[in-house]
Design a protein around this ligand. Structure first.
Ligand code: BG6
Length: 513
């Protein structure tokens, strides 16, 4: 992250899986934005690689509409004309080593054509199914595209997309395959959550300010709730993939545990990739189930049935396209975890994520302990109707999306002749304070790979530690459908998740978007 203020120099970008959805929807639009903002110069070839035969012109035309879909102004069109000149396509069968020799030659030829600086780094983005990662890296090796001299290893950076493994064993195998050919610092494992502006702000908010950090520990915090709720279901025939994955693998094991690390980690000695990732790793090493009992006491799963989401009828998961009618795949997971370290021992971390929930909202809510004595009565009013309610604890909420914000709920005196408490909120809203648009996660992450900054990427030990933590739950759930509870689409999930918190007389926060 120390390099973050630098512009990237010349870089060649090769995208494997160039005909796929990720390339069209995310990668090329992100590179286009980087080019518009002068982060990607015209000497950087962007080479799409896939199995089908296609000319450069066809490739450019296919991508044009997706890139200009939200902005077809004359300025955007002119910027596209410039950018598309550095966009190329080469046909490669990823499983065929011989094709890589031709790819290596084509890459050099295009670099010469655009005047790319000699020895400029090459970024290979593997936007393919993980089963092809090994073939791709072997092919690059066979064609001599992986620098053999350790001093120049940074000339090749390989970006890999999730799912990075299906469980601990497969993640270990994948890691082994990659590290047989590459050094760990050549591998950039993307978790797009870390590219979100508001996620990066967690560290700055915590360690760039003096007043909250001293409170973030077991002496003051009662519990932490991390929610990644989505209102979407299985749009775009996603059911086929999702049914092999489920909420635990798809979101909790990666995005949600990364958020947990950022909110729970200790300050690093230096704000640099290694130190930050070391601190995150310590959190994962200290992560424990929230109870000593059976998995069902600290992890619950649910699946949505039909219902109404934003007043629109939504199908049951089992009726979605490409989902088996008897599927017991979880579309919701909630977990009670604890971090056994000096700072957090005894503080419950409640995690939840699900599809087809009431709202799309991602937030971290830190709930503080009650004051030791309740001296005042608490009043809450809805319109003119006021009533005395139980005192509400202070909460600090980091809202990641939508309506990116940070707010603090605390008590004030209600104006009048008595001492009555009214909860109020103090908030900071991104939209009100900044006019600049929040960059897309992929823009930031691609730029970081080009700059050689791996801070926002997951290191192999973090990844394996996260798989290790969820392994007992996966094992238990794979053994049968017991414990799967249904919840209607458009709600906050199954009641077993509420019961899990009720055990300790706590409740989920209901995020109001
Ligand atoms: C992806 C998951 O990693 O993250 C999807 O595979 C999920 O299922 C998505 O919808 C959520 O990302 P975002 O940025 O929309 O919150």
């Amino acid at each position: 992250m120390t390099a973050s203020n630098n512009l990237a120099g010349d870089t060649t970008i090769l995208i494997f899986g160039a005909s796929g959805d990720l390339t069209t929807r995310k990668l090329i639009p992100a590179l286009f934005q980087l080019s518009r903002q002068n982060y990607l110069n015209e000497r950087c070839p962007v080479i799409g690689v896939a199995r089908r035969e296609k000319s450069d012109e066809q490739f450019r035309n296919e991508l044009k509409s997706s890139v200009l879909k939200d902005d077809d102004t004359a300025e955007a069109l002119a910027a596209w004309e410039t950018f598309s000149q550095q966009l190329f396509y080469r046909q490669v069968d990823i499983t065929c080593e011989a094709d890589y020799v031709a790819l290596g030659q084509a890459t050099e030829e295009l670099e010469q054509r655009l005047g790319t600086e000699a020895d400029a780094p090459r970024v290979v983005y593997l936007a393919t199914t993980p089963s092809l990662f090994d073939d791709a890296v072997r092919g690059l090796n066979a064609a001599g595209m992986i620098p053999t001299d350790r001093r120049h290893s940074d000339r090749l950076r390989v970006v890999v997309e999730k799912p990075f493994g299906h469980d601990l064993d497969s993640a270990e195998l994948l890691n082994e395959q990659l590290t047989n050919q590459l050094h760990e610092d050549q591998i950039y494992r993307i978790d797009h959550y870390l590219g979100k502006e508001t996620v990066q702000n967690i560290l700055l908010f915590r360690f760039g300010n003096a007043f909250f950090e001293p409170l973030l520990n077991r002496n003051h915090v009662d519990n932490v709730q991390i929610t990644v709720a989505e209102s979407i279901g299985m749009e775009g025939s996603r059911g086929g993939y999702y049914d092999t994955s489920g909420a635990l693998r798809d979101v909790l094991q990666n995005h949600l545990l990364q958020l947990l690390c950022l909110v729970a980690m200790d300050p690093p000695a230096l704000f640099q990739a290694r130190e930050i990732r070391d601190e995150k790793m310590k959190v994962l090493q200290a992560l424990r189930p929230g109870s000593n009992g059976h998995v069902d006491t600290w992890a619950v799963r649910g699946q949505y049935t039909e219902g109404l989401v934003n007043r629109q009828p939504a199908l049951a998961y089992r009726d979605e396209e490409r989902v088996p009618a008897n599927s017991s795949r979880e579309t919701y997971v909630a977990m009670h975890a604890e971090i056994d370290n000096w700072r957090w021992a005894g503080v419950p971390f409640f995690l939840r994520t699900g599809k087809r929930m009431t709202e799309r909202v991602t937030e971290i809510a830190i709930q503080f302990k009650h004051p030791p004595l309740n001296l005042f009565s608490t009043i809450e009013c809805e319109g003119d109707l006021c009533s005395i309610v139980e005192a509400r604890p202070n909460q600090l909420v980091l809202r990641i999306q939508p309506k990116e914000s940070i707010f603090l709920r605390f008590s004030t005196k209600r104006p009048g002749m008595q001492y009555q408490v009214q909860p109020v909120a103090m908030d900071f809203d991104y939209e009100d304070h900044f006019t600049t648009h929040l960059p897309e996660a992929y823009e930031r992450l691609l730029l970081d790979v080009m700059r050689g900054d791996s801070t926002l990427f997951t290191r192999s030990d973090e990844l394996l530690a996260a798989w290790r933590f969820v392994a007992p739950v996966l094992r238990h759930w794979e053994s049968g459908p017991a414990g799967l509870e249904f919840y209607p689409a458009g709600t906050w999930g199954p009641s077993s998740a509420d019961r899990m918190l009720a055990e300790s007389r706590r409740v989920w926060r209901e995020p109001k978007v």
